[in-house]
Each structure stands twice: as structure tokens, then as C-alpha cells.
Design a protein around this ligand. Structure first.
Ligand code: SF4
Length: 418
């Protein structure tokens, strides 16, 4: 272990380093996996039996949903998440992206991203080249671990050498953005063993983005049921905090700068073009089962039917498959903005926050913001009312708690968009 500088001395990236995303995003949920991981809480079903027939039903319904939702959205990113989009047949990504462009939902030549499992790239040596030919710009690879026992614990179908093969195939195919997703915090994991995995992931040639999320155990999943029976599956919260610091320190030393609490880029241009829209509260539309959407002008969130059959039936009836809608009041929007913004090194622009929710809110919290600064949790740049609050690494570690500390009493609890 090397000596590390004090975390509070780590300068966050300047908010001006990469412009904030402005154009909307389009998310496409692919609800199938070849098998279900025991910690997974997403809307997915196993693609058993006649898989190609179900995929084709899904493809047709998805194209119909794009037709039903046709609008001048002009998204500049189309992100295929899941589920396991890498199970989709050749031509799927181009067909869906082109349909979105034709219906106004995406701008011409959007950036296309997809999530992939390493084993799919191993089993089909030509897969990455076909994606590149289809215009796929970025791939987020579900690595999750490189330690073989952790991979088995997480129920993954690949091993560490599969990850190396998958990354090399993506790089050789010329995919410009390659992200590796990691899960940390499984029971028994030490900072040293985590460090070994992180160093190995960061050293994979071609990887220019890393996401590292703490294992979350959700009720209703196999892990949730095992935990309810008394099994220890994840590290304790104080240990998780040590692992969070290890993630940030190791990745920084490996050349990956944090730009969000769980996301790291090898250079500013490799920050996620799509996910930054969520954190910046930019408009996005989600299609496919369970997909969520956000319309900031209306302050509205809505989400699709979660079960595949319910989603498909609504579309076959010619209806948008929306399950529910909610309109956020200005208090809820302000809180959400705090939660999202304080997790990013772009931080909170106080002037814009004041313009949206009233200067009285910023004034009421000046002492609190100074206190955060004095405790090394944020840097205050510029004017106290119109400058920026930039979380340090220690601030990113407790971002949710910081957001809850902000006094929003000066805000009216209306039901209108701010
Ligand atoms: S591959 Fe991803 S989406 Fe599929 S079951 Fe595993 S965690 Fe869930």
C-alpha cells in the first residue's frame, strides 16, 4: 500500500471541463438475460426455450412503441440497457436507432451505446465487429469482478480471462468507448483484494471508463432471501466506506478520474454521454418494459409496464405502455437535484439552483455550505450565492446525507414544475 494524499486535497474537476449535456437521451430496455444473477432486481426474464421467437416479439413491439411515442425529442444518445442487450440479433441496434431517428425521437447519427456480457463476446468472435458496423459507439461491459470466487458468488457466467478476451475484441473492432462495470462490497472482500481487481481492470487495453457500484441486496431477490435467513452476503457499512475510498484512490492512481461517486473516466471526453443526462436532469425517454422517462418542463416522471406481457399487450392495443406518472413539486425537484448534483464533480451551480428554486433557499443554507467546506466535504468556488459547490471525494462518499441536510423550508410545496 502506498501513502495517499489527504482526500480533501484532491481537487475536483472544474465544472467547465466538459460542457453539460443538453440534448435529450433515449433509453431502450432489453428485458432478457440468459440466466438471472442472484442479486439482480431489474425487470428481466430468462431467455429460455424458443429465445429467437421471444426476441422477435419484443423487437416488433418495441418498434411499435417508438411509433406510438413519435415526437420531436431529438435525443443524441440511444442507450440499450437491460437485461442483456448483447443477446439481441445482428441488425437490431441499427434498426431500432434508425426507427428512433425516423420518428423524431433521436437526432441523425446519435451516439449508440449498449450493455454487454463478456461471455457473449467470447462465444461469438465477430460480434464486436458487427456492432461497430452497426454504428455502436460505446459498450458497457458487465465485468462485475475479476476474482474467480467473487464471480461465482455473483452467479456470473464468465471468468476473468473471458473479460480480457471481450475487451480486446471490442478494442480491435474500434469501439471508441469501452466501460467496465464492477460490483464491490461482497462479503469478505478486503481493500487489498479490491485494489488488485481494480488495478487489473484499469490496465485492460481499451478500457477508458469504469463504473464501480457497491453491492446492494434487494428484498425479493435470491440474495435478499438468503440475507433474510441470516446469511452475510455484503460487507458492513463501515467496511463499505473503506472500500469506497479504495475504489477512488486506486482508480485515481491508475489514471481514472472520478466525475460521479461511482463513475470514473480516463479523460474528460470519456465521461458517459448518456448517464450524465440523468445526473444533469436533462430530458430522457425510456422505451421497453419498465423503462423510466423524465420530462423536466412538466416536472414529470413516468414509467412503463414492468412485466413483458403487460407492456406488449398495451402496445398491441395501440396504447402507450405507461404504467404510472408522477409530477414532482418544486420541493421534490430541488431535493432530487441536490441528490444527483452532489454525487458529481460538476457539483451544484448555486446561481442556477437559486434561479429555479429561489435565492432564499441558497441564503438559508450559506452557513451549512461553509460548514461542509470547513469539514473538507466541498469546495466553494466563486460567489456564495452564484458560484459552485464542488464535492471532494469525502463529500461524494456522503452525498446523499449532504442532500438531506439542506434546508428547503423556504420553498413552496406546490405541484408545479419549478
Ligand atoms: S446480467 Fe445484469 S440484468 Fe441480467 S440478470 Fe445479471 S445483473 Fe440482472
Amino acid at each position: 500500500m502506498t501513502d495517499r494524499p489527504d482526500s480533501t486535497s484532491l481537487p475536483p474537476d472544474l465544472p467547465t471541463e466538459t460542457p453539460e449535456p443538453a440534448a435529450p437521451g433515449l433509453y431502450v430496455h432489453v428485458p432478457f438475460c440468459s440466466r438471472i444473477c442472484p442479486y439482480c432486481d431489474f425487470a428481466v426474464t430468462p431467455l429460455g426455450g424458443p429465445g429467437s421467437e421471444r426476441l422477435d416479439r419484443y423487437r416488433q413491439a418495441l418498434l411499435q412503441e417508438l411509433e406510438l411515442r413519435a415526437a420531436a425529442l431529438g435525443a443524441d444518445t440511444v442507450y440499450f440497457g437491460g437485461g442483456t442487450p448483447s443477446l439481441a440479433p445482428a441488425g437490431f441496434f441499427r434498426e431500432v436507432a434508425s426507427a428512433a431517428v425516423e420518428r423524431g425521437l433521436a437526432s441523425p447519427s446519435p451516439f449508440v451505446f449498449l450493455e454487454a456480457n463478456p461471455e457473449d463476446l467470447v462465444h461469438d468472435p465477430d460480434l464486436a465487429r458487427r456492432w461497430a458496423a452497426e454504428g455502436v459507439w460505446g459498450v458497457s461491459l458487465g465485468v462485475q469482478a475479476l476474482d474467480e470466487s467473487r464471480l461465482r458468488f455473483l452467479g456470473r457466467a464468465h471468468n476473468a480471462s473471458d473479460v480480457a478476451v471481450a475487451v480486446s475484441r471490442l478494442a480491435e473492432a474500434g469501439i471508441p468507448w469501452i466501460s467496465a462495470d464492477l460490483i464491490y462490497g461482497t462479503a469478505g472482500q478486503t481493500p487489498d483484494s479490491l485494489r488488485e481487481e481494480l488495478v487489473a481492470i484499469a490496465a485492460l487495453p481499451g478500457v477508458n471508463h469504469i463504473s464501480a457500484y457497491e453491492l446492494s441486496i434487494e428484498p425479493g431477490t435470491p440474495f435478499g432471501r438468503r440475507q433474510a435467513r441470516g446469511e452475510t452476503l455484503a460487507v458492513r457499512s463501515d467496511h463499505a466506506s473503506a472500500l469506497f475510498r479504495e475504489v477512488h484512490e486506486t482508480l485515481r492512481e491508475s489514471g481514472f478520474a472520478a466525475y460521479e461517486a461511482c463513475n470514473f473516466a480516463a479523460a474528460p471526453e470519456f465521461r458517459s454521454r448518456h448517464n450524465r443526462k440523468y445526473w444533469s436532469l436533462v430530458e430522457y425517454l425510456g422505451v421497453g418494459p419498465s423503462a423510466h422517462s423524465f420530462a423536466p418542463e412538466r416536472g414529470e416522471r413516468f414509467w412503463n409496464q414492468r412485466a413483458f406481457d403487460d407492456w406488449e399487450e398495451a402496445i398491441l392495443r395501440g396504447e402507450e405502455p405507461t404504467a404510472e406518472r408522477e409530477t414532482l413539486c418544486s420541493h421534490e425537484r430541488a431535493l432530487e437535484e441536490l441528490f444527483l448534483r452532489l454525487r458529481t464533480t460538476d457539483g451544484l451551480p448555486l446561481g442556477r439552483f437559486a434561479a429555479r428554486y429561489g435565492e432564499a433557499v441558497v441564503r438559508a443554507n450559506r452557513r451549512l455550505f461553509r460548514d461542509w467546506r470547513d469539514r473538507g466535504l466541498v469546495q466553494l468556488r466563486g460567489d456564495e450565492l452564484r458560484g459552485w459547490l464542488l464535492p471532494t471525494r469525502d463529500g461524494l462518499a456522503v452525498a446523499d446525507a449532504l442532500a438531506r441536510e439542506v434546508n428547503l423550508d423556504a420553498l413552496a410545496h406546490d405541484r408545479n414544475a419549478a
